[in-house]
Design a protein around this ligand. Structure first.
Ligand code: GTP
Ligand code: MG
Ligand code: ZN
Length: 347
């Protein structure tokens, strides 16, 4: 008779510690013996819903079915319950607070607590558009940009600012490789005027490193930016004992080589916790519609109250206070162009 039971969801965990036991005591049990030979034990799925999660661990890093979770100060390699996230590629993010259960000695991530804040982007994974959470429960987003090699991209900073705002994270800008130029790029003044805290840094000379450390003290932060801008180098500069791998940018294309391959949480000297992340090529916005994007440009939202039409897009309508503001120099043209680009990309 065919079994009517639905195939049970579970996790397949490699359990080498048990292998010896199976080999000796259970050789008569053929099924168990086969499993032991394959090196797997099967653990049934038992997901805990977010609101019921009582966290006992903090996700340090993860990949596929595995996660390193900090439990009582110790890093434990856990399997992730297959029922979590239902087919989503990224179920966890560094900084997630999770509940880990021990099933016959095997640690299993059973549930993820609701996130207080997050840094998310739109990702194309498994032929679907999905939310990719880069970091969870972070207080500060350090937008890392180099002034040259690779060159400064104000439009990318605008995308980060909107992303930080949606996720409830405070953004700061680390303007790195300042040892290679005389002056800040012109666009930076506009960001300062918007109230963004800017740190001129150099991982080579140590400029601005103490100030950046000061801003991160007692907090959980995430470093994000293009490849090669010096995210990992800044971590090394803040705590030389980390000795993390970095790599020079291509002299030909001035692009980074995607050295950091997975997000990972580090504890630095002096009560600082920072998540280093892989360099991004693009930052697709998640959780913002084209109608809403103006609200994430505070200076545009402010002037928009004076537009003739309530649903003014600030692109072609008559009596648009925003476009008048651009003409009058009250809104930076760079920011306005960014607004238009992002709006178009969301339509
Ligand atoms: N001159 C100069 N070079 C720097 C500075 N910071 C980093 N670099 C160099 O830039 C290159 C890239 O640095 P990484 O720290 O690997 O860059 P990353 O942002 O972590 O790159 P991914 O891991 O690929 O995302 C390395 O050769 C660093 O030595 C700086 O302040 N000044
Ligand atoms: Mg790196
Ligand atoms: Zn308008």
């Amino acid at each position: 008779m065919k079994s009517r039971r639905k195939k049970q969801k579970g996790v397949r965990a490699r359990d080498w510690s048990e292998a010896e036991k199976y080999d000796t005591a259970f050789t008569h049990d053929r099924a168990k013996h086969r499993k032991a030979q394959a090196g797997y034990v099967s653990i049934p799925s038992n997901v805990i819903p977010p609101e019921k999660v009582e966290p006992n661990g903090l996700v340090v890093s993860h990949s596929g079915h595995w996660a390193f979770v900090s439990i009582d100060g110790e890093e434990v390699l856990c399997v992730i319950d297959e029922g979590l996230g239902e087919g989503r590629v990224s179920v966890l993010a560094p900084g997630d607070e999770v509940q880990v259960e021990f099933v016959e000695g095997q640690p299993v991530v059973r549930g993820v607590a609701p996130r207080r804040t997050k840094l998310s982007r739109l990702a194309h994974e498994q032929a679907r558009v999905q939310e990719q959470v880069i970091a969870a429960n972070v207080d500060i987003l350090v937008i890392v940009s180099s002034v040259v090699q690779p060159r400064f991209k104000p439009g990318l900073v605008d995308r980060y600012l909107a992303t930080a705002s949606v996720g409830g994270v405070e953004p700061v800008l680390a303007l790195n490789k300042m040892d290679l130029v005389e002056e800040e790029p012109a666009a930076v003044a506009g960001f300062r005027e918007l109230g963004l805290r800017v740190f001129d840094t150099s991982a080579v000379t140590g400029r601005g490193i103490e100030e950046l450390r000061g801003a991160l003290e007692g907090k959980l932060a995430v470093m994000s930016g293009q490849s090669g801008v010096g995210k990992t180098s800044l971590l090394n500069a803040m705590d030389p004992s980390l000795e993390l791998a970095t790599q020079e940018v291509s002299t030909l294309t001035e692009k980074g080589k995607h050295t950091t391959s997975a997000g990972r949480l580090y504890r630095l000297e002096g009560d600082i916790r920072v998540i280093d992340t892989p360099g991004i090529r693009q930052l697709g916005l998640w959780g913002i519609s084209h109608e809403e994007i103006a609200f994430y440009f505070p200076e545009i939202a402010e002037l928009a109250e004076g537009c003739r039409f309530r649903n003014c897009t600030h692109i072609h309508e008559p009596d648009c206070a925003v476009r008048e503001g651009v003409e009058a120099g009250k809104i930076s043209r760079l920011r306005y162009n960014s607004y238009r680009h992002i709006r178009e990309s969301l339509e």
